[in-house]
Design a protein around this ligand. Structure first.
Ligand code: 5AD
Length: 478
């Protein structure tokens, strides 16, 4: 079933240099810049892979690209402003010198603002919503062929959750990626009162287990050793499509199916919702050794009053109970979280509950966000909106606690042996190799290309800020 037809403007003429490309039939090059979460990273990768399959090339930077696409995030106002500012710069600097360049927005902000983006930024040619990523290549073909001048397509499309499946794996013919993201579902039904995602990504839609497993198998056959299953709330995977079987939720059934894949070493997933940690999932940690000891479990607040206003669906006590169960199942469990400070009506006492929760759980790390009112969300209209200074002050105080606990956790690794999967050279210092522990801590060591993809034991000799440094303890020679 197709959604409504895209809005297409009555603007028939192509800029001269774009006609030139079309006439020469030289396939254009594309640069995609991504804002926001891992889902966005994954969507961009799939769009890039689809474009490459159609003959487009990937430009190394925006300065030489024929098409520049910004894959946007709406979760906080700052993320939207960044993308809008970037587009203004592209229009003023790139477009002025190369009028044939095609400029587009994709993703969450494209979905929520649609046509308004072109009204505000007339240089924009393309606005592609979150259920239309797979149409990008067709629309670009039409633009270059002179059939379309501008496109806005933010319609819903049944089945679009199954269209994010192509992978680039380093974008080269010699695939070298050791880790890959696999999108298992789209959308969210939780409607937390602060969150714009249900409006930008739509309701929950899950892919089938065989489809996901086939994609994972293909990745493993190309050398991938670790897969991260992705969704807005992965623990809600398949709820409406797959009945609970033998006490196991659809998500646990999926984990079991992926676990069967020979050659796959590690399974991660993000993000779960605390309410999704039934005993079946906790128990899966005891049965499935490929499931790593790592949980990114967004708590948002330590105050029951705030959790209720946020519509989170759990209490502080229930959250603490889940952490305890997980640590009982796997004592080395690395726990990270997301926390919002300055939600409407948050008092000093509420905030102190968040501080005390952070101290009690001892998170390995936490992403702390200052509440940002989002369009059409219930919290944006709640009384008690807090001034920016209060948000800043709470943000700083909470970060201090998080950093102090994190530093203590990391320091405790010095002298210990850890198992890492080597992903490749460190981005910051390519002379060093980088891997992750099962609990998702980054470890750097003096290694070489031949270590890529290996599971290695390292002895930690130093801890930096959220980074460990190690020496090979035993090198697995294969
Ligand atoms: N303001 C601030 N932070 C937000 N998040 C989601 N919506 C908002 C908002 N309106 C945070 C939550 C979520 C993370 C991805 O972003 O902590 O878990």
């Amino acid at each position: 079933m197709r959604g409504p037809q895209p809005e297409i403007s009555d603007f028939p003429t192509l800029p001269p240099s774009r006609k030139f490309t079309a006439i020469l039939s030289v396939m254009p090059s594309v640069y995609i810049k991504t804002y926001g979460c891992q889902m966005n990273e994954r969507d961009s990768e799939a769009v890039a892979a689809q474009l490459v399959a159609k003959g487009y090339s990937l430009a190394p930077s925006e300065s030489t690209a024929d098409v520049i696409l910004l894959n946007t995030c709406s979760v906080r106002d700052a993320a939207e402003q960044k993308a809008v500012g970037k587009m203004q710069t592209l229009a003023a600097e790139v477009r002025r010198h190369r009028p044939g360049v095609v400029l587009g927005f994709m993703g969450c902000m494209a979905q929520s603002r649609g046509r308004q983006l072109i009204d505000k930024l007339p240089d924009v040619d393309l606005v592609i919503g979150t259920q239309k990523f797979h149409r990008t290549a067709d629309y670009l073909d039409d633009i270059f062929a002179g059939k379309l001048a501008k496109v806005v397509d933010v319609a819903a499309e049944a089945g679009s959750e199954a269209t994010i499946r192509e992978h680039l794996l380093n974008g080269s013919a010699t695939d070298k990626s050791v880790t890959a993201f696999v999108s298992i579902m789209q959308g969210c039904n939780q409607y937390c009162t602060f969150c714009i995602v249900p409006y930008t990504r739509g309701g929950e839609r899950s892919r089938s287990i065989p489809d996901i497993v086939a994609e994972c198998r293909e990745l493993v056959s190309r050398g991938v050793k670790e897969i991260t299953l992705l969704g807005q709330i992965v623990t809600s995977y398949g709820k409406r499509d797959l009945p609970v079987n033998d006490g196991k939720s659809a998500f646990v059934q999926l984990l079991e199916a992926v676990h069967e894949i020979d050659g796959l070493e590690r399974i991660r997933f993000t993000s779960p919702h605390p309410k999704g940690y039934g005993d079946d999932l906790v128990e899966a940690y005891c049965r499935l050794p490929k499931l790593v000891e790592s949980a990114h479990l967004p708590v948002q607040s330590g105050s029951d009053r705030m959790l209720k206003l946020m519509h989170r669906g759990y209490t502080r006590e229930r959250y603490l109970g889940i952490i305890e169960k997980l640590r009982r199942a796997r004592p080395q469990m690395g726990v990270t979280t997301d926390i919002i400070v300055g939600f409407p009506g948050e008092t000093e006492a509420d905030f102190e509950e968040t501080l005390s929760l952070a101290r009690q759980v001892e998170f390995d790390n936490a992403f702390v966000f200052k509440y940002s009112p989002r369009k059409d969300t219930p919290a944006a209209a709640m009384p008690g909106q807090l001034p920016q200074e209060v948000k800043e002050e709470r943000n700083a105080r909470l970060l201090e606690v998080i950093n102090e606990i994190g530093a203590r956790h990391y320091a405790a690794y010095v002298g210990r042996q850890v198992e890492i999967l080597v992903e490749g050279p460190s981005k910051r210092n390519p002379a060093r190799m980088m891997g992750r522990t099962r609990s998702n801590k980054i470890v750097l060591f003096e290694g070489s290309e031949r270590h890529r993809g290996q599971i290695m034991d390292l002895k930690i000799n130093r801890a930096g800020s959220f980074t460990l440094y190690g020496d090979p303890a035993i090198i697995n020679m294969e």
